[in-house]
Design a protein around this ligand. Structure first.
Ligand SMILES: C[S@@+](CC[C@H](N)C(=O)[O-])C[C@H]1O[C@@H](n2cnc3c(N)ncnc32)[C@H](O)[C@@H]1O
Length: 327
């Protein structure tokens, strides 16, 4: 595999603006996309291997057993596989191998906001792929990343958005995100999305509050990241991780809770942020779906549902959509 990396340079400024606006509003809020610094990406990789975190295992089962069928749906000889939020990419190896085994020419363009993800990905791919293909990594936010990726692409696109990352958007932003992606794709391109399905609430609660406290460390690490990059003085022990299911939204939500009245100084922003005892910072939504939601979302945002693949427990679904444009 040949590998090249492109870096989008604006990420640091975005982080400062998001901290300033997120911690100035009520309720306070930080975006989960900033979980993934070097240590955050390492912790997430550990979470994906944890027994309580069924999401990765379920999606891996689907990709391990169905990648071949899925790739056979795509008749083109050349495929540009673009992936949003690749992480360590270990599940994608099944798709890559299916493409290479079906003797298709592959160009692979993974996108991730975390540079560490590409190091993790390269470690895995150096062991799992025999065939030759070109890889162009892009360190960028999803939408900037796909714009850059499309400029490098001239074949049929199979776009991947795995891991139920789609669930991190609320319902309005999900539709606008899917529409922005649609704008970037051509008629007939494919989009494979991982959706975490609605299920028994205790299974959900375990996954987001694992017994070894990895998710807790992962969520609290965002405060370390602010301390390290913005010379802030968050005392991590003064905050607590809290993950719960909101049945009205149909989403797991993660918060950090301030355990006391406290002031935090962020030197880089010359700002003090005050926290009341038990005040939350909202970190993340992880929306859960019914199969009917998947059809509904596709229809509202310009895609045709080609196929929905499930794992044996029906915990997770990978939906293969095709872009529909009036041409
Ligand atoms: C939940 S992990 C999933 C990783 C992998 N797709 C999987 O299924 O295991 C999310 C990944 O997306 C990346 N990410 C999160 N928000 C992002 C954004 N807005 N733009 C680009 N990458 C993002 C993170 O750095 C992380 O590697």
């Amino acid at each position: 595999m040949s590998f090249k990396l492109i870096k989008e340079t604006e990420l640091h400024d975005d982080f400062e603006i998001e901290i300033l606006t997120g911690l100035s509003q009520s309720p306070k809020k930080l975006s989960s996309k900033y979980f993934y610094d070097e240590y955050g990406s390492e912790l997430f990789q550990q979470i994906t291997h944890h027994n309580d975190y069924y999401l990765t295992k379920s999606e891996k089962e689907i990709l391990a057993t169905r990648s071949n069928d899925l790739i056979k749906n795509i008749l083109d000889a050349n495929i540009d596989l673009i992936e949003l939020g690749v992480g360590d990419g270990h599940k994608t190896t099944h798709l890559i191998n299916a493409i290479l085994n079906n003797k298709k020419r592959l160009k692979y363009i993974p996108i991730d906001i975390s540079e560490k993800a590409f190091q993790q990905m390269n470690e895995i791919y150096s062991k799992t792929h025999n065939g030759e293909f070109e890889t162009l990594g892009i360190v960028a936010d999803y939408i900037d990343g796909i714009r850059i990726a499309k400029k490098q692409s001239n074949s049929r696109v199979l776009l991947l958005f795995l891991g139920s990352n789609i669930g991190n958007f609320d319902s309005t932003n999900t539709k606008s995100f899917l529409k922005k992606i649609w704008n970037q794709l051509n008629h007939g391109d494919y989009f494979l999305i991982g959706f975490d399905l609605k299920k028994d609430i205790s299974t959900l609660m375990r996954a987001y509050n694992d017994s070894d406290g990895l998710t807790e460390k992962f969520n609290l690490n965002i405060l370390n990241r602010i301390n390290n990059t913005m010379q802030a003085d968050f005392k991590i022990e003064n905050f607590q991780h809290f993950g719960c299911y909101n049945p009205i939204l149909g989403a797991m939500e993660s918060f950090l809770i301030s355990l006391k009245d406290q002031d935090v100084y962020v030197k880089k922003l010359s700002q003090v942020f005050s926290f009341k005892r038990y005040e939350p910072i909202h970190l993340e939504y992880s929306f859960k779906y019914l199969e009917s939601d998947i059809f509904d979302l596709a229809k509202k945002t310009g895609y045709l549902v080609e196929e929905i693949y499930h794992d044996s427990r029906k915990f997770f679904a990978n939906a293969l959509w095709k872009v529909e444009k009036n041409v």
